[in-house]
Write a protein that binds this ligand. Structure first.
Ligand SMILES: Nc1ncnc2c1ncn2[C@@H]1O[C@H](COP(=O)(O)OP(=O)(O)OP(=O)(O)O)[C@@H](O)[C@H]1O
Ligand SMILES: [Mg+2]
Length: 161
């Protein structure tokens, strides 16, 4: 499956999609999250990370720009690194922080505001777009590589009616 769209009528639907993604992601995956302020990028990432077994809080890495989590995926230990590049002032900051080295084919990297990381940010395997629609959110997932296709093929999510 190259392309997937759904309507998420409320936050619980976003949480369900995050949990479904936690079962679908594969090591090394790079996910870009697009959407306006408040679209639900952090809510979706939090749900994914907590469904993958992280028991503590997941805050938006607004000032640190990145936050790593040690989780379990398919019974194996894995790292998920959550980025929020909104406050990054220049692409050099991304390089100076050593973020590029995080994209090593093993860590799962989830990036809010990837637009701010161009042109130094490695390319995505999956692009997620969230948009406010009525009281809920429209979500679109797009696979952009063989790994991304694998992830969307593994995705099992039925949105609530
Ligand atoms: N499907 C949904 N329907 C309605 N509200 C939702 C849905 N999913 C999440 N929300 C709400 O939308 C808000 C999303 O906030 P969140 O911090 O996740 O946005 P964000 O995209 O990360 O914004 P930012 O760009 O500021 O980081 C939260 O208040 C959450 O409760
Ligand atoms: Mg956010």
């Amino acid at each position: 499956m190259q392309h997937f769209t759904a309507y998420l009528p409320d936050e619980s639907a976003t949480l369900l999609l995050g949990a479904a993604l936690a079962r679908a992601v594969v090591p090394g995956l790079v996910i870009y999250l697009h959407g306006d302020l408040g679209a639900g990028k952090t809510a979706l990432t939090r749900a994914l990370i907590q469904a993958a077994g992280h028991q503590g809080t997941v805050k938006s890495p607004t000032y640190t720009l990145s936050e790593p989590y040690r989780v379990q995926l398919d019974g194996q230990p894995a790292n998920i690194i959550h980025y929020d590049l909104y406050r990054m002032s220049s692409p050099e900051e991304f390089l100076d922080a050593g973020f590029r080295e995080d994209f090593d084919g093993k860590n799962i990297c989830i990036v809010e505001w990837p637009e701010k990381g161009e042109p130094v940010l490695p390319p995505p395997d999956v692009r997620v777009s969230l948009e406010v629609h009525g009281v809920g959110r429209a979500v679109e997932l797009q696979a952009l590589s063989p790994q991304g296709l694998l992830c969307l093929d593994r995705l099992s999510f039925a949105p609530p009616p």
